[in-house]
Write a new protein. Structure first.
Length: 327
């Protein structure tokens, strides 16, 4: 039987490298991988459906599903996960010493509806009582004029969300005190420069993130993988085939790091970090599938509703191809 040719747009992760070099092949599929940053992939897929399969913002996908206007079908593969305590920065003169102090403040992010901001706001809301309605939210380019920013897919009604003034950038506004805080996917330039005006909200972010996971079992998912709906309908087998291939590639990558012969990456304490992570999160700490990620997925779906980006709270089972729900 001829193999189905498909294009896949995805960033260069260790957990997808075996798909890129062809050492793992999805059954029945001839996969052509395109190495693109998420900031390139997402708008091209959302606006033009340029690829057969692609990495996708998890919040964007879930918001589309909640609006019943989604041209994609996802598989429970999550190439990007990251805790977001470390990405909240504050101006030192804003009187913010604790997360609770963010209530009533002005907080910026490149997009209101980006997944990183969604999880950060959800954590602030459910852990510290800083509701989305208690803050003034601003969005716009973070580091350079003309940088990536866009209005939310769904405009909140009871939450203050505004675009920053033309000619402004978020990181400069934070340093100069025009913003009190910033949720930054990339590290703000003033912080990198060592500005005395900018600090992290959680200086001990590793301990805060570990404690957050220990209590909630939430490991924030940033991206999933989607298939164009017309391809899935005509070839439904591709969902499970891709899921199995992504899982095998991820497992192969994970096996390479616990090796005392020669370190695979430039992290001096890699072995100790792995053992510490296993103790907290288990050996399959980067799990795919719905069940291992249910607390995280359910949290994101609740945060979407809390933050007025979805009219209803979806169930995890509504998000993914049926064949990938039974593992």
């Amino acid at each position: 039987m001829a193999r189905l040719p498909l294009t896949l747009a995805c960033w260069d992760y260790d957990r997808t490298r075996a798909l890129r070099d062809g050492s793992i092949k999805p059954e029945g599929i001839d996969l052509t991988m395109l190495t693109l940053r998420p900031s390139q992939t997402f708008p091209r897929m959302l606006k033009h459906k340029e690829f057969d399969v692609s990495e996708m913002s998890f919040s964007s996908y879930c918001a589309l599903k909640a609006q019943d206007d989604c041209p994609f079908v996802a598989i429970p593969v999550f190439p990007s996960k990251i805790f977001r305590h470390d990405c909240i920065y504050v101006n030192v003169d804003a009187g913010i010493e604790r997360p609770e102090d963010l209530a009533g403040k002005r907080i910026g992010s490149a997009r209101y509806d980006m997944t990183a901001a969604l999880f950060a706001r959800g954590m602030l809301h459910h852990e510290y009582g800083v509701t989305p309605q208690s803050v003034e939210w601003f969005y716009g380019p973070q580091e350079e004029l003309g940088g990536f920013s866009a209005a939310p897919h769904k405009t909140p009604v009871n939450i203050s969300v505004s675009h920053i003034a033309k000619g402004k950038i978020l990181s400069q506004m934070l340093e100069e005190g025009e913003l009190d805080a910033l949720i930054g996917v990339v590290i703000p330039e003033p912080f990198l420069r060592g500005s005395a005006k900018v600090k992290r909200l959680f200086p001990n972010f590793k301990e805060a993130e570990q404690e957050y996971f220990r209590r909630t079992r939430i490991f924030p998912i940033m991206h999933t993988v989607v298939i164009r709906e017309e391809i899935f309908k005509e070839h439904p087998y591709v969902a499970r085939s891709l899921y199995d291939a992504f899982t095998a590639a991820k497992d192969q990558a994970a096996e390479q790091y616990y090796d005392t012969d020669a370190l695979r990456v430039m992290l001096p304490f890699l072995l100790a970090d792995l053992e510490e992570t296993w103790e907290l999160m288990g050996k399959d700490f980067w799990a795919y599938g719905v069940e291992p990620n249910r607390p995280t997925i359910e949290a994101l779906l609740q945060f979407l509703h809390d933050q007025e980006l979805a009219d209803r709270v979806l169930s995890p089972e509504e998000l993914f191809a049926p064949s990938t729900l039974v593992i």
